[in-house]
Design a protein around this ligand. Structure first.
Ligand code: IPE
Ligand code: IPE
Ligand code: MG
Length: 255
């Protein structure tokens, strides 16, 4: 059996009819710096190995039949890091899009970017637009890249947009409901994450998908992000499957 076929067969054996599979998995990819420090390497090396872990995660998500994968790549607060590290992270994003976009497209992956475009250099803005435009009609996995993203900032932007519509007379304040707000968020059209995974042992949300994670399940993994692989992903999915999601109601399992 080829490596590819073997992987698919083992996926099927573990996932009968994809039962209990989250439609949307969002990942806080944390621990690149500590991974590098442990090895006496520069932080940039940890970030480089982190990009390889993203490729593994995208491949695994596609194989497993997950519909949406969101990766937190750069937060609105990450500008607080030293200028050199910020510039390294911008460089890695550019390289990732330039190098991987054709592959993503070939694999029928649709790319969406969430986060604030203003404040990014024009060449990055153009690359992000290109990634979204090229893949917009693809029907496989949707890869959502959260870049220069902050959950609170996203809500503020949405509030501004709704306020503009009210001012223009096109929106009745009394008609604002949760769907109205959702349509004004960067994630419009994307279902809320069922599962949020954070690596590196930290147990916080760090301004990620503030609105959208109201009822998400959280799985915290001690491994640093560069060590994330398909086995780690499967273990997180197995943990998710053991959860009992009640959404404020009563258990579907025990009544
Ligand atoms: C995650 O790794 C990558 C980004 C936040 C961009 P970190 O760079 O946060 O690594 P640690 O948390 O310092 O180990
Ligand atoms: C969260 O990680 C942001 C990303 C993974 C892009 P951080 O490393 O920036 O989070 P804090 O500062 O430890 O909360
Ligand atoms: Mg970190």
């Amino acid at each position: 059996m080829s490596g590819e076929a073997k992987r698919s067969a083992s996926v099927l054996a573990c996932q009968p009819e994809g039962e209990g599979l989250p439609a949307h998995v969002a990942i806080i990819m944390d621990g690149n710096g500590r991974w590098a420090a442990q090895r006496g390497l520069p932080r940039l090396e940890g970030h480089r190995r982190g990009v390889e872990a993203i490729r593994r995660a995208v491949r695994a998500a596609g194989d497993l039949g997950i519909q949406y994968l969101t990766v937190y790549s750069f937060s609105a607060e990450n500008w607080r890091r030293p200028a050199q590290e910020v510039s390294d992270l911008m460089g890695l994003l550019k390289r990732f899009v330039r190098h991987d976009l054709a592959d993503l497209h070939r694999n029928n992956i649709r790319v969406r970017i969430i986060g604030e475009r203003q404040g990014l250099s024009p060449d990055i803005g153009m690359l992000l637009d290109e990634a979204e435009q090229l893949t917009r009609s693809n029907t496989g996995l949707t890869l959502v890249i959260a870049f220069n993203y902050g959950g609170r900032q996203e809500i503020v932007q949405a509030m501004r947009e709704l306020a503009r519509q009210v001012k223009a007379g096109t929106l009745d304040p009394e008609a604002i409901d949760m769907e109205t707000v959702e349509r004004a968020l960067d994630t419009q059209g994307i279902p809320d994450p069922d599962l949020v995974i954070r690596t590196s042992g930290e147990q916080r949300i760090s301004n990620f998908l503030t609105w959208q994670t109201a009822y998400s399940e959280f799985v915290f993994i001690p491994d640093f992000w560069p060590d994330f692989d398909e086995a780690t992903f499967r273990a997180a999915l197995a943990e998710y499957r053991r959860r009992d999601r009640r959404f404020g109601g009563l258990s579907a399992r025990t009544g």
